[in-house]
Design a binder for this molecule. Structure first.
Ligand code: NAP
Ligand code: HSE
Length: 432
């Protein structure tokens, strides 16, 4: 007897949802062969039924309410590709789990905010939640971490996980354009989320990091404890000058379990140009996973878009069709510990940029401030603005490893010297 089909209820017919429809239209036989049974869409939901979606949806039942879709008797898996961490996405996901359906989601915001509750609810019903598409788009990073590296104690997770931010930063660098102009370009190209602050404020990437950290360290998702800083203050001057010093600026996420607790940061950082993250251009994502046995693994690929994201959704769907059922975050929800957030980041080298009055003793005062704050200088460069000795001078300093508190102390001392023109800049240098 042929195996029963796996029946999907697809909530959301935008970029990701239509990508899933297209893969199933094009590759039904391949998917069925790999899954060991046919995979079919039974019913779909979106807001506007009359919208032209460039796909034939006529054979699917239509539900205006995604909660009704999630509860239908004729679906086995609820695929949530609507978005939003409250409202219909949350209500429909909860309804699907309450009805014992498996869930495949691309929604990092929902899982970052409610992952623990949803995982607990899923387990109580014997259901599974999969969310490969939610982190780094088409890169199978959840699978790598949960399955391939399951025999490792994970030491660190690091990554560029927001393609829009990487596009903006690398476009600024390549074209020598200021942030505001490239932000506007990104908006016109349709790269930005409806709320652009999700991208440029680092929130979207922070959601993703918090999900990886939960799997990596066996902890409950702690998005609220991610130190977040967006890219809005990254200047073209710093991109250019850092480049001259051998660094690139990235919105980089780092999660590691330290003696001080769980450190999770999503902030602009300098990385050496020759590091694996240095040459990463445009919307491409890259994640480094470091395990005690395996060492460092780098995964690189498209972090967004119809094909890559639908590819990730289909990988999850096929796993469910194959009968592969894993706990949402790699461990039963009750075994995930509540993480103690590290109060401050580990020590690191810092890049400092400041403009000084070009007069005798100015640089010495800055060096003294650094010494008094316990910060040691590794490299220093002075650039006279117009080659004229009366003009202000830009000073670039790379420090040896210092704590964020010591750097803040030094910056406060700089302010009292009377030799600064404008505000100094400090950016952490992340060692891979
Ligand atoms: P999208 O293009 O904006 O599509 C969202 C879809 O959800 C639309 O079809 C919309 O209906 C539907 N929808 C929204 N609210 C609804 C409601 N109340 N009831 C029923 N349907 C509703 O979004 P997307 O880019 O596909 O993203 C979907 C999810 O995947 C999000 O969680 C996003 O963060 C995640 N994701 C996206 C990407 C990507 O590259 N786009 C990558 C990774 C993860 P209408 O079409 O009728 O408006
Ligand atoms: N806004 C996200 C990005 C989409 O730019 O990476 C994929 O999650």
């Amino acid at each position: 007897m042929p195996a029963a089909p796996l029946r999907l209820g697809l909530a959301g017919l935008g970029t990701v949802g239509i990508g899933v429809v297209k893969i199933l239209e094009r590759e039904a036989d391949l998917v069925a062969a790999r899954a060991g049974r046919p995979v079919v869409i039974t019913a779909v939901s979106a807001r506007d039924r009359s919208k032209n979606r460039d796909a034939d949806l006529s054979r699917f039942a239509w539900e205006t309410d995604p909660v009704a879709l999630a509860s239908r008797d004729d679906i086995d898996v609820f695929v949530e590709v609507m978005g939003g961490h409250e409202g219909p996405a949350r209500a429909a996901t909860e309804a699907a789990l309450a009805a014992g359906k498996d869930v495949v989601s691309a929604n990092k915001a929902l899982l970052a905010h409610h992952g623990q509750t949803l995982a607990t609810q899923a387990e109580a019903k014997g259901a599974t939640i999969r969310f490969e598409a939610a982190v780094a788009g088409g890169i199978p990073v959840i699978k790598a971490l949960t399955e391939g590296l399951a025999g490792n104690r994970i030491k660190r997770v690091m990554g560029v996980m927001n393609g829009t931010c990487n596009y903006i930063l690398t476009r600024m660098q390549a074209a020598g354009l200021p942030y505001d102009q490239v932000f506007e370009e990104a908006r016109q190209l349709g790269y930005l989320e409806a709320d652009p602050n999700l991208d440029v404020g680092g929130i979207d990437a922070g959601h993703k990091l918090s999900l990886l950290a939960a799997i990596a360290f066996g902890t409950q998702v702690a998005f609220d404890a991610v130190e977040l800083e967006g890219i809005g203050n990254v200047s073209i001057d710093d991109i250019r000058l850092a480049d001259e010093m051998g660094y690139r600026i990235k919105l980089l996420g780092v999660a590691q379990m330290t003696g001080r607790g769980l450190e999770q940061r999503m902030t602009p950082c300098l990385v050496p140009t020759e590091s694996p993250f240095g040459p990463l251009m445009g919307g491409t994502n890259m994640v480094m996973l470091e395990g005690d046995s395996v060492g460092q693994i780098f995964l690189r690929g498209p972090g967004a878009g119809m094909g890559p994201t639908a590819s990730a959704v289909m990988g999850d769907v096929i796993d469910i069709a194959r009968g592969i059922r894993l706990p949402t975050f790699g461990l039963p929800a009750a075994q995930l510990t509540k993480p103690v957030p590290a109060r401050s980041a580990a020590a690191a080298p810092y890049y400092l940029r400041m403009t000084l009055l070009d007069k005798p003793g100015a640089l010495a005062k800055i060096a003294t401030c650094l010494g008094e704050a316990g910060v040691s200088i590794d490299q220093m460069r002075q650039i006279n603005q117009k080659g004229d000795e009366d003009d202000d001078a830009i000073v670039l300093i790379v420090t040896h490893k210092a704590t964020p508190a010591d750097i803040s102390d030094a910056m406060a001392r700089f302010g009292a010297t009377g030799v600064l023109v404008g505000a100094p800049v400090a950016i952490r240098i992340e060692e891979v």
